[in-house]
Design a protein around this ligand. Structure first.
Ligand code: ADP
Length: 466
């Protein structure tokens, strides 16, 4: 099928108040079709949200956007650059997709197709916690004996399973904020109960994601279906392999290609194209980190999750984590003060997991600390415990948020593309699995201080003290 594509870059500018100041033709036409005009509020919610974000954060924001016109859906990649009191929008890759037949006479969104399928309904918020469940009107719509409890996590109720191609429709849907269909899942409490899940994202008028709503259709177990005869619960290793195939590999290719383009290895390029390639690579890296987090989440949320207990040197792990993040720190002119090389602090824990926690804590300190500031990584040993402190000079964390930020998907209202809200949840779970913990100190407004505590390894301590 030939899809209309605008190869030129479409430019527009939006005032700090959200008024469309200028726009190239296809965008202006869409604004008029949506009921707006030049000089009026930008009437395409997702575009308005990107513009607002760029103004608020004062940085370039770039992301994929889907807009709906009367005749088609439009996929585009938008880059918003704050420019004084306005924001400059550049749209590349404007691709018009015809509306599926079912929509011809109605304004149903693509996502609504999922909603008309049979089964019972569920709705989750942005933290993927159930908000409501509803019986459907037909026999397939009967709720399971133990229906989801509002407030409980989606991931602890359903165990997700890949399809025969190793694909996870729901992961693709969530990462792209798109509708998904035919995601296999079983109940964690009763793996014999299997479902096809479909769902679509809910946005508010400003384009902000509110959550997902969808259907769960019970699969008829009386009819043998080969692919659903697979083991009910996927072990984490197999889950990781499937993720590799369905998401990591294509993402890896996208990142590698975008890096090649932005480094201009294949020849010189217009500077703005090189910039877009950089944006694509960084969006790809963000998605890759999210995939890693989701794989970790699946593993650590299992009751049989364990860590290895080995003798480590917390100061050494701190130095390595700081080293791994030195380029990221340099990008923001931040200096990391790592423990001195002669410093050794024995502890007990799994080396790679402790490194993962520290990379996350130091990464956050760099991300949320101001440009040109200092991140300090310090160690301490006391009362049979070893501690490592990561202190930044950012806004800190209000006392009332200090427990909340360890919850799954909690980002304290942030909606930038920088993170998933899973890092601290995973880090604390890992620390606790190693017999330690993470807590926060520091005066609110004076920088955050995260403390990772681990049990002290007596044998190593004796070695070092000799
Ligand atoms: P992510 O950074 O991916 O959003 P995390 O779980 O690592 O997820 O952190 C959760 C939230 O906690 C962040 O979105 C941010 O609002 C807050 N946060 C974490 N570290 C810091 C820090 N060093 N300074 C200020 N806020 C922080």
């Amino acid at each position: 099928m030939n899809m209309p594509v605008h190869s030129a870059i479409i430019q527009a500018s939006v005032s700090a108040e959200g008024l469309l100041l200028s726009a190239d033709e296809p965008l202006l036409a869409l604004q008029r079709e949506t009921g707006g005009d030049l000089g009026e509020r930008l009437a395409i919610p997702q575009l308005a949200a990107v513009a607002r974000l760029a103004i608020r954060l004062g940085i370039i924001v770039s992301r994929p956007v889907v807009a709906a016109s009367d005749q088609c859906d439009i996929d585009m990649w938008v880059r918003a650059r704050p420019d004084g009191k306005a924001v400059h929008l550049s749209v590349i890759d404007w691709q018009e997709r015809p509306i599926p037949l079912l929509r011809n006479n109605s304004s149903l969104l693509e996502a609504d197709l999922a909603a008309v399928s049979d089964g019972w309904s569920w709705q989750v918020d942005t933290q993927l916690r159930f908000q409501m469940v509803l019986e459907g009107g037909d026999p397939d719509g009967v709720l399971p004996l133990q229906p989801p409890v509002p407030g409980n996590p989606f991931s602890s109720y359903f165990q997700l399973q890949p399809d025969e191609d190793g694909d996870m429709a729901i992961l693709r849907g969530f990462t792209q904020r798109r509708a998904f269909r035919n995601q296999l899942a079983c109940l964690t409490a009763d793996p014999a109960k299997r479902f096809h899940l479909s769902g679509f994202p809910l946005f508010d008028l400003t384009g902000q994601l509110l959550g997902y709503r969808g259907k769960a259709f019970a699969l008829d177990l009386a009819v043998p279906v080969p692919e659903i005869a697979a083991p009910a619960v996927l072990d984490p290793l197999a889950f990781g392999k499937r993720l590799d195939r369905s998401l990591r590999q294509p993402l890896g290719r996208i990142i590698a290609n975008a890096d090649t383009i932005s480094a201009q290895l294949e020849g010189p390029l217009r500077p703005d194209y090189a910039g877009y390639a950089q944006d694509i690579a960084s969006a790809g890296r963000h998605l890759m980190a999210l995939v890693d987090d989701l794989a970790d989440l699946q593993a650590i949320d299992r009751p049989d999750f364990t860590v290895v207990s080995e003798a480590i040197d917390l100061a050494d792990v701190g130095r390595r984590a700081a080293g791994l993040l030195s380029v990221k720190a340099l990008d923001r002119q931040i200096s990391i003060m790592a423990p001195a090389t002669e410093q050794h602090v024995p502890a007990n824990g799994e080396f790679r997991r402790v490194l993962q926690i520290l990379v996350n804590l130091i990464g956050n300190a760099i991300r949320y600390g101001p440009e040109g500031s200092v991140v300090r990584v310090e160690t301490e040993q006391e009362d049979g415990q070893s501690r490592i402190f990561v202190t930044d000079q950012g806004p800190g964390i209000a006392t009332e948020d200090r427990e909340r930020i360890f919850e799954k998907f909690e980002r304290l209202g942030r909606d930038d593309q920088g993170g998933s809200g899973l890092g601290l949840y995973i880090s604390r779970r890992l620390a606790r699995a190693m017999g330690g913990d993470i807590r926060i100190e520091g005066e609110a407004g004076q920088g955050a201080c995260f403390i990772l505590r681990l049990p002290l390894d007596q044998a190593v301590e004796a070695d070092i003290s000799v």
